[in-house]
Ligand binder design. Structure first.
Ligand code: GCB
Length: 604
């Protein structure tokens, strides 16, 4: 669990950054001797000097699809990475930090052979001061032990079972969630400095009053080198043109802005995603600059009732997708060309929102959502939980603590999704999600909480703890496969039943159909492009009728793009429910969705 801030490393007048992205050495530990690297102290030498096959591996990237070796694709257990780096002599009087923006699933990080930090749960950043471990003005080595094993107490859960193969007994990982368990160093690795006394964290909350005044509340946490040192904090809020619009002193306070430019979602304003910058300066008593950090923020409010979700006091209808971080070759590794292509497609299609199914996405992806005004339902990595041991609860709560620490200042984040499709029918699950929701509320009361629910309305026991009811349902696919005349009424009835049970706003967080690009069958037949299009139309009909009833707040098609899954006979090269192919080209459904989303946008 983290106790400190998770501010993104940025260069400034007082801070330097060095990227450690690039080509690293990589060794997959044999499953027959998974602990060999620890027993033989691989972290005390260069990996090129150990007795194992070394591959070159790109960082950031998943390691699975880089080689021609199925054993690396399907690797289970520890994988080792290392590289060397220089620490400039000039950094001697600074604190030196190392940040991993995510390693999946668990990681141990060694610097020059000494353990620097541990982290568990993928898709979330972790960082540690390593000043005491590095050689200044000299070469250093970082070694990563990355473990992708998923068990009953990991988030997400998985099972490892022994199997008898042609080559003897081995172990296999299985999991019930529907995406490939890609692993490796998935996001950037950054070496950076802070001064000895530094800005550790900032929390920003914004509100508006009835006269249109904006208020930016801030709370800065400082770490000082010694307790006797007297420090001041100077704050300035800058608009997009770098003009100072308000100033303050002290580590917490409220800035008043007379007529603020509000953060509006995409298509609700000519300039959506308007961001201010909170400039935080840490100064000595005689005003010498010690540290400076710039945090972007958007001025907006979120409110919700039992029927409506409002942004800046205006009701919004959410229309978008569930997505994945997934691309050919790099898997879940951060890929900026794909990221930008995706946002261009999101804008082209006229969506205003998406859910980060089924885990937190990279900082860079979230930054773009802030900038473009795309609303995010921010999901933690809890997907398809089947049973609820107490050791799981702890990891689940930690994942939310870290997610909220990372994303709390993002205007794009409009809700926390605390799970996807957990088995919520048991008494135990009801108690469990009561605890998870209470934990989130203890950290952030400014955003509503949801779960993408999938058990039936009548048996669910988690909805009572939520602010928004999201539900996933595959009419004419997993239920009544192929039967397009069994969609509209079922969707209307189910959404209405959720509302009647819980008296909370309802959104459909998943619906869709696997579709093989280029497969045309008419009349509509499952897997064809025609089938996907008509299945959507039948849902649209239900959504329009539901909106007229007043409690239905959004529609998210599954999925934005095709993505890789584990091998199973129901998946042809992966899940094909994308409206874009894995290569981000439109299926017929994308054009169909675009017509609807652009029409919806006109109503906003
Ligand atoms: C779901 C899951 C999602 C799957 C989807 C499907 O309910 O939430 O992860 O990919 O169904 O296509 O089966």
């Amino acid at each position: 669990p983290i106790k400190a801030g998770l501010l993104y490393p940025k260069s400034s007048e007082t801070r330097e950054t060095i990227s450690l992205d690039g080509i690293w050495n990589f060794v997959a530990s044999p499953l027959t001797d998974p602990l060999v690297g620890f027993r033989n102290y691989w972290y005390k030498r260069r990996l090129t000097a150990v007795d194992a096959e070394v591959h070159f591996m790109p960082v950031p990237s998943s390691y699975n699809d880089i080689t021609q070796n199925a054993a690396i694709r399907d690797h289970l257990g520890i994988a080792w990475y290392d590289r060397t780096f220089f620490v400039p002599k000039s950094w001697r009087n600074q604190r030196v930090w190392l940040r991993f923006s995510s390693v999946h699933y668990a990681a141990q990080i060694y610097v020059n052979g000494e353990l620097a930090m541990n982290h568990e749960v993928g898709h979330l950043p972790f960082q540690k001061e390593i000043s005491h471990l590095v050689l200044f003005g000299d070469e250093n080595r970082v070694t990563v032990a990355c473990d992708n094993t998923l068990l009953s107490n990991t988030v997400p859960q998985g099972t490892v079972t022994p199997v008898d193969t042609d080559n003897g007994t081995t172990y296999r990982q299985s999991y019930t969630f529907d995406f490939f368990n890609y692993a490796g160093i998935h996001r950037p690795v950054t070496l950076y400095t802070t001064p000895k006394s530094y800005i550790d964290d900032v929390t920003i909350k914004t509100t508006l009053d009835e006269n249109g005044y904006g208020y930016v509340g801030y709370n800065v946490s400082i770490i000082s080198l010694n307790e006797t040192e007297e420090l001041n904090v100077n704050i300035a809020l800058l608009d997009k043109d770098d003009i100072i619009v308000a100033t303050a002193e002290g580590s917490n306070g409220v800035l008043n802005i007379e007529s603020p430019r509000l953060w509006w979602p995409y298509l609700m304003d000519p300039e959506p995603g308007y961001l201010y910058t909170l400039k935080i300066e840490l100064v000595s008593l005689n005003n010498d600059l010690i540290d400076i950090y710039r945090q972007t923020c958007g001025i907006r409010t979120l409110t919700w009732t039992n029927t409506t979700f409002l942004i800046n006091n205006k009701p919004v209808y959410l229309h978008g997708f569930g997505r994945h971080e997934d691309a050919d070759i790099r898997g879940k590794g951060l890929d900026l060309p794909t990221t930008l292509r995706d946002y261009n497609l999101i804008k082209w299609i006229g969506a205003n929102a998406y859910r980060t199914s089924h885990y937190p996405y990279a900082d860079e992806i979230m930054d773009l959502a802030d900038n473009l005004g795309i609303m995010i339902i921010d999901e933690c990595p809890s997907v398809n939980t089947e049973f609820f041991p107490s050791s799981l609860l702890n990891n689940h709560l930690n994942s939310l603590t870290e997610l909220i620490a990372r994303d709390k200042n993002r205007p794009s984040v409009i809700a926390w999704s605390i799970a996807n499709e957990p088995r919520t029918q048991s008494y135990e699950a009801g108690v469990y999600f009561g605890k998870v929701a209470a934990h989130v509320r203890s950290l952030d009361l400014s955003r509503p909480i949801t779960i993408a629910l999938a058990r039936s309305v009548y048996e669910d026991r988690a909805g009572q703890h939520l602010d928004i009811i999201s539900f996933n349902r595959y009419n004419a696919w997993y239920q009544n496969g192929g039967q397009l005349d069994m969609i509209t009424k079922n969707v209307i009835n189910e959404a209405t039943a959720w509302f009647e049970k819980y008296n909370k706003p309802v959104l459909m967080s998943e619906y869709g159909a696997d579709t093989m690009e280029g497969l045309h069958i008419y009349p509509e037949f499952i897997w064809s492009e025609e089938f996907q299009v008509t299945l959507m139309s039948k849902h649209f009909e239900a959504f329009d009728k539901l909106r007229a009833k007043g409690f239905f707040i959004g529609e998210f098609i599954w999925n934005f793009a095709d993505f890789k899954t584990a091998q199973t006979y129901t998946r042809v090269g992966g899940n094909k429910k994308g409206i874009f192919t894995r290569n981000r080209q439109p299926k017929a459904s994308a054009h169909h969705l675009r017509r609807r989303y652009l029409k919806l946008a006109q109503e906003l």
